[in-house]
Each structure stands twice: as structure tokens, then as C-alpha cells.
Design a protein around this ligand. Structure first.
Ligand SMILES: [Zn+2]
Length: 204
């Protein structure tokens, strides 16, 4: 016999669709929502319905925004000659939390993946090239993941910029041994990458 009534089971089923949420967590969350402390259920329902209406993509960089352009593109203190290319809006959040970058972004919303039939036209790559065509003496930092798709997307961007003779420098974020990591515990791919992207001590 199932101990839960159908509406509760429905809520658990929906919560389970969230990334990283299994049966136990979904049940715990559903019971928490049901307890309805300080109208939490009502506030959550309101936030859930309004987020889809209120959030759009920035018309410049395709980051998440609640205005025609996002807060980063609107910030007059950002360096407009540097564009950091990322896969998803969550990458922008991660990079911003590092407080180490003061340029603009471009969110591709995916990576090129010929195996899965995803080509340049399926992500925001044409829009990136359009932006770069107007950039004078700037820099593009490609910060896609060091995966097959991330590397493939980086190489395509670099090739397109070269073919079109845009006066733009292309760089790739470093990948290799993380801070606090140990050489002896690194896998072969990471070690190969760390050696390939080594830097001269004078560049520090
Ligand atoms: Zn923007």
C-alpha cells in the first residue's frame, strides 16, 4: 500500500525531475513544502511561475537577464574589448564569483558536437562572430570545458576568426592541475594538458 496521497506523489514526481534529486530528497522536499511554513508553498509557486515570464536572454551576450540586456553588459566599468566565451549561463555565475574577470561574456548555450548533430548554427556561434566583426583590437577568451566538444568549439572559433581576419586575439583558459591538487594523483589527460598549457615563469 502506498502511504502517500496522489497530490503528494505528483509533487514528489516533479521534484525528482530536478538534477541531482532522487526519491529520498524529493520526498523530504515535498514534505517540507507541505508543512507550509510562512506561506512557503505559495511563495515558491509564485516564484516558479514568474521566473519563466520574467527571465529572458540578454540581446548582446545571451546571458540570463530580466531586462533587454544583462547587468554585466550594462555595467560601464567592464572592459568591452574582451569577450569570454562560455557554454552556459551557470559558467558566467562561476566566473563572476571568482572576481578575477572584468570583461564581457558570450554564452553559446551549447557546444558543437558533430556526434550528436549539433553544428555551429544550433548554438549562439553566429551571434558571437557577428559581435567579433565589430570588435577592434580585442581579445576572445574561450572558457569552454576541456572536453572533446569544448576543445572542438574552441578550435572552430579560432579558425573562423583567422579565416575572417578579424583583428582579435584568441586565448584559451588554462587547464591542468587544480590548486591543492597533487601531480602523482592526476590522470593522464590532465597531466598531458598541464604540460601542453605550461607557462613561462616570466609570464607570471
Ligand atoms: Zn549581456
Amino acid at each position: 500500500m502506498d502511504p502517500y496521497p496522489k497530490p503528494l506523489k505528483d509533487l514528489i514526481a516533479q521534484l525528482k525531475r530536478l538534477p541531482g534529486v532522487g526519491e529520498k530528497t524529493a520526498t523530504r522536499l515535498a514534505l517540507f513544502i507541505l508543512a507550509d511554513r510562512e506561506n512557503f508553498a505559495g511563495d515558491l509557486a509564485q516564484a516558479l511561475t514568474s521566473v519563466k515570464d520574467a527571465i529572458r536572454l540578454c540581446s548582446v551576450c545571451y546571458n540570463l537577464a530580466d531586462m533587454p540586456t544583462c547587468s554585466i553588459c550594462q555595467d560601464i566599468n567592464r572592459d568591452r574589448s574582451v569577450i569570454c566565451v562560455v557554454e552556459e549561463p551557470s559558467d558566467v555565475l562561476a566566473l563572476e564569483s571568482a572576481h578575477a574577470y572584468k570583461g564581457l561574456y558570450h554564452v553559446l548555450h551549447g557546444l558543437i558536437s558533430p556526434m550528436n548533430g549539433i553544428g555551429p548554427q544550433d548554438i549562439r556561434l553566429p551571434e558571437l562572430m557577428e559581435r567579433l566583426s565589430k570588435l577592434q583590437d580585442g581579445e576572445v577568451i574561450v572558457a569552454t570545458n576541456p572536453s572533446v566538444e569544448g576543445e572542438g568549439t574552441f578550435h572552430l572559433i579560432a579558425r573562423l576568426i583567422e579565416e575572417k581576419h578579424y583583428p582579435v586575439r584568441v586565448s584559451r583558459i588554462a587547464s591542468g592541475i587544480p590548486m591543492g591538487g597533487e601531480v602523482k594523483y592526476m590522470d593522464q589527460v590532465t597531466l598531458a594538458s598541464a604540460l601542453r598549457y605550461r607557462r613561462n615563469v616570466k609570464d607570471r
